[in-house]
Design a protein around this ligand. Structure first.
Ligand SMILES: NC(=O)c1ccc[n+]([C@@H]2O[C@H](COP(=O)([O-])OP(=O)(O)OC[C@H]3O[C@@H](n4cnc5c(N)ncnc54)[C@H](OP(=O)(O)O)[C@@H]3O)[C@@H](O)[C@H]2O)c1
Length: 261
């Protein structure tokens, strides 16, 4: 894979992307890059971006792609359905759906799984796992109904392969997301053997965002990989989890079960 430093001008002209979690952090950066590449981008989250933040971007990029905000809570199935349907109805199609929305869970003690109140566990899983499923499958349904198809990109974490004390609930949620990516990708392949629709994930590494204010890394460092992935068309990668440097990770038994090399 060749990761260029940035995007190609007009690389995404005529394409439409939905970024759930696009008002902050990695999602915000992705929206800017896609719009600079000519795409129309809908950013969705529970809260509208501040006027100082993304609120000024649609004007700033008016000669390139548009960025517009739609309120959406990915834990609410009807909110997800109406958001995806509105994007397709208003903008004509859905080329790609990036799901960056997630909740961090910081336990106060090392025994996060022993201590977490059940209601907080349910909210975490509803946000980091079920919410991604709801968005991804609604997006895939929309993509399957167009000749161009499209792709879903999930955002996972190194935590999905870790068992760090104090981070147990978050670790479990991201491990489940890795499995969701692999299994949903198999279903996408089953539904479209030609690879019209695809599901992949990115393990982005740390960056200074809403959920990691202490990092010294700017989220733009991920954009070469993300723009490369979003630039892939029918028959492109499916079921891959990429780390920031482009390395493809895989679940331990994937090759045995799928028969893939
Ligand atoms: N930053 C890092 O160091 C790092 C490291 C490894 C992995 N990651 C992963 O990268 C992804 C992006 O994280 P980030 O750091 O960019 O986070 P961020 O800056 O905190 O942004 C999170 C976004 O998700 C939205 N969101 C949260 N709950 C939502 C809900 N229920 N419905 C809809 N939108 C919701 C937030 O907006 P509202 O609150 O307004 O809804 C916000 O737009 C996450 O999956 C994270 O786990 C990040």
């Amino acid at each position: 894979m060749r990761l260029t430093r940035g995007f190609k001008r007009r690389q995404f002209q005529g394409e439409v992307f939905l970024i759930v979690g696009g008002t902050s952090g990695y999602g915000r950066e992705a929206a800017i890059h896609l719009a600079q590449g000519g795409a129309d981008v809908v950013i969705a989250a529970r809260n509208a971006p501040s006027p100082k933040g993304l609120g000024s971007l649609p004007r700033a990029f008016s000669r390139q792609g548009r960025i517009e905000f739609r309120p959406c809570d990915l834990t609410d199935e009807s909110s997800v359905e109406s958001t995806v349907r509105a994007v397709v109805a208003d903008l004509g199609r859905l080329s790609g759906c990036v799901i960056t929305a997630a909740s961090p869970y910081r336990a106060e003690r090392p025994t996060g799984l022993m201590d977490i109140p059940t209601s907080e566990w349910n909210t975490l899983i509803a946000t980091n796992v079920t919410g991604s499923l709801l968005v991804a499958r609604e997006a895939l349904r929309a993509m399957l109904s167009t000749p161009q198809g499209g792709q879903v990109v999930l955002f996972t974490s190194r935590a999905g392969w870790a068992s760090t004390l104090g981070h147990g609930p978050y670790n479990v949620s991201k491990a489940a997301l890795n499995a969701l990516c692999a299994s949903l990708a198999n279903e996408a392949q089953y539904l479209s053997p030609a690879g019209l629709v695809r599901v992949n994930a990115i393990e982005p590494g740390e960056a200074r965002t809403g959920m990691n204010a202490g990092s010294g890394v700017h989220p733009r460092v991920l954009m070469p990989l993300l723009m490369w992935l979003l630039g892939q068309r029918t028959g492109g990668p499916n079921g891959q989890v990429y780390s920031r440097d482009g390395l493809a990770l895989s679940l331990a038994y994937d090759h045995l079960v799928s028969g893939n090399p």
